[in-house]
Each structure stands twice: as structure tokens, then as C-alpha cells.
Design a protein around this ligand. Structure first.
Ligand code: GLN
Length: 310
């Protein structure tokens, strides 16, 4: 006789973990604060919460506001980097791969290193990625949206002009970074054009299901139909682990043990090589600028599902 006590299939087990983890994340979200760095995002309700898990076997599990697009902000740095690596696998030489404790918007760090960004996930490195995408692809925003839509061509992914304009009017720090890069001869394209594309790229909106599925190629170990070569996949995951969560990278490696990327819109995407991806959206951020609820949800899911690279 069938009992309903224990989930039997892998998908049922993961669904149970997802629901437990989402509750945990929602509870933790009250400890954070919604970012006001970009004025147009300051009014996003703190109670929004969405979580999706995509597996390499094709399962897609989700809960909460998982159909609602949100501002992916720095999650876009991951996808833009991968678009560039498709064309230029050696782009690392220009954008760096080392960790830094300086904060993602540090002008001083860039100055100290003579205009060499630390890695592609701090703003200076991401701005160089955007610059090179202008050179190689012409349209960085369109190319990044293309990668986000690669699994589902009908996915709702756009760039929110209101958010891009809001950051254009207030993004003095990013403007300073672009000028320092130009001063050191690092940019190949006009500063204003690079910034316009960078802000447009950060203003991309997508939901957690789309992001979890679009990031699956980073969990893929088969090499089949992967937009990136194997070495690039390994390197991207390594640099996500050391730099994707900014100053909290060591803490996240210790607590969770998964490569992950965060954005000030409250999104985090985490990769479990060989198994799948997790994407959570919860707007309130902790002191490191990472979503408090998303970290808690991913930590709980990874613990229950025993997802860790270690
Ligand atoms: N658009 C923001 C910036 O460039 C993104 C920062 C983030 O999400 N961490 O500062």
C-alpha cells in the first residue's frame, strides 16, 4: 500500500528541500535592507521572494514569485562574461581572475593596480567585459539577453530603461571607474557608450526560473551543447567561488561551498557542478551587499540536498 510519508523520486526530494529552504530564506530576509543605490529599485517590496532549482536532468522546481522578472544587476556580469569567453577564451588576461576585499565599486583598488581590474565580477572588470563585447559583438545588452534566452527563446527577458536611466543619473562611482580605465588606456570604446551599455546590461530583468535554466551550462559536465569550452566552465566556477560574492566569498565557501553570483536587486545564482543550479530572489541585502534571504535559502537547500563542491 502506498504511503505519503517519504518523498520517493529525486524531484520530490528536491521539491521538499526547496520548500523548506524557501521558508528559511523568507525568515532571514527580514534581517536585510533593500538597496537604495539605484533610486528606481529602492521601492521594490522587501517581501518579494522567489526560488528555482534546475537540474542537469531537466527538472525545474520553483516557488514563490518565481514568474516575476526582477532586476538582475550584477548577475548580468556572469552572463556577459560567458558571452565574451565564447569568442575570446583568453579574455581573462585583460580582466583578471584574482580575489579582492576592496568592494565591487572600488576606484582606489583599480588605481592601485594601475588600471588592471581584479576580476570580472567587480565593476571595473565587468565594465571592461562590456567594452570588449562592444568591440566583438556590437550589442552587449542584446548578446547577454540572447544567452539568458538560450534555453527558452520565449522567456521574458528585457532591459528596463527606467532602471538604466536611474543608474545613469546617479552612477558617479561607475563613471569614475570608467574614466580611470580610459586614463590607463584599457577601454577600446568611448566612455559614455561603454557606460550606457553597462547600465543597460545591469538593468536586464528576468525571473528565477529563466536564470536557473540559463546558468545550467555552468553545471554541465558532459560538454554536450555547451556554449563554453570545458576549461572556461571550470575557470568561471572557480572565479565565482573566490569572487562572485564579493567580500563574503570566504564566508559563502565555508557555509555553502558552491560557486555563486549575487546582485543588488536581491538575486543570487549558485552552481552545483554535475547536478544543477539554484536561483533565489529576495530584495533585502546584508552588509556585504548580498541578499540575506537568498543566502539563507541556498544554504539550507545545499545542506538538505548535500550540494557542495567539497
Ligand atoms: N549596477 C550596479 C553597479 O554597477 C550593480 C552592482 C551589484 O549588483 N552588485 O554598481
Amino acid at each position: 500500500m502506498a504511503t505519503c510519508a517519504e518523498p520517493s523520486t529525486e524531484a520530490e526530494r528536491l521539491t521538499a528541500h526547496l520548500n523548506t529552504a524557501a521558508k528559511c530564506g523568507q525568515r532571514a530576509s527580514i534581517t536585510g535592507t533593500v538597496s537604495s543605490q539605484i533610486p528606481a529599485l529602492a521601492a521594490v517590496p522587501a517581501t518579494k521572494f522567489a526560488m528555482a532549482v534546475a537540474t542537469v536532468d531537466g527538472a525545474l522546481l520553483h516557488t514563490g514569485d518565481s514568474a516575476e522578472p526582477f532586476s538582475i544587476q550584477s548577475l548580468s556580469k556572469l552572463f556577459a562574461l560567458c558571452v565574451l569567453l565564447q569568442q575570446c577564451p583568453d579574455a581573462w588576461l585583460e580582466i583578471g581572475w584574482g580575489p579582492t576585499n576592496a568592494g565591487y565599486g572600488s576606484v582606489a583598488d583599480l588605481e592601485r593596480n594601475n588600471g588592471r581590474p581584479a576580476n570580472p565580477f567587480v565593476n571595473s572588470g565587468a565594465i571592461v567585459v562590456t567594452d570588449r563585447l562592444i568591440t566583438h559583438r556590437g550589442d552587449p545588452v542584446g548578446a547577454t539577453i540572447g544567452l539568458l534566452r538560450s534555453v527558452d527563446p520565449h522567456a521574458a527577458v528585457t532591459s528596463d530603461a527606467r532602471v538604466a536611466l536611474s543608474e545613469t543619473l546617479t552612477g558617479h562611482r561607475n563613471s569614475a571607474i570608467a574614466h580611470v580605465l580610459a586614463e590607463h588606456g584599457v577601454l577600446q570604446n568611448p566612455i559614455d557608450h561603454v557606460l550606457q551599455q553597462y547600465f543597460g546590461q545591469c538593468a536586464i530583468t528576468a525571473n528565477v526560473q529563466t536564470i536557473a535554466r540559463a546558468a545550467l551550462f555552468l553545471a554541465d559536465r558532459t560538454g554536450n551543447n555547451n556554449p563554453l569550452d570545458e576549461a572556461s566552465v571550470r575557470r568561471v566556477n572557480a572565479v565565482l567561488l573566490t569572487s562572485g560574492m564579493y567580500g563574503a566569498a570566504g564566508d559563502i565557501a565555508y557555509r555553502i561551498g558552491l560557486p555563486a553570483k549575487s546582485g543588488i536587486g536581491g538575486g543570487i545564482v549558485a552552481i552545483m557542478p554535475g547536478r544543477g543550479t539554484i536561483c533565489v530572489w529576495s530584495p533585502p541585502l546584508d552588509r556585504d551587499g548580498n541578499s540575506a534571504g537568498a543566502i539563507a535559502a541556498i544554504e539550507e537547500f545545499a545542506r538538505l540536498a548535500r550540494w557542495s563542491v567539497f
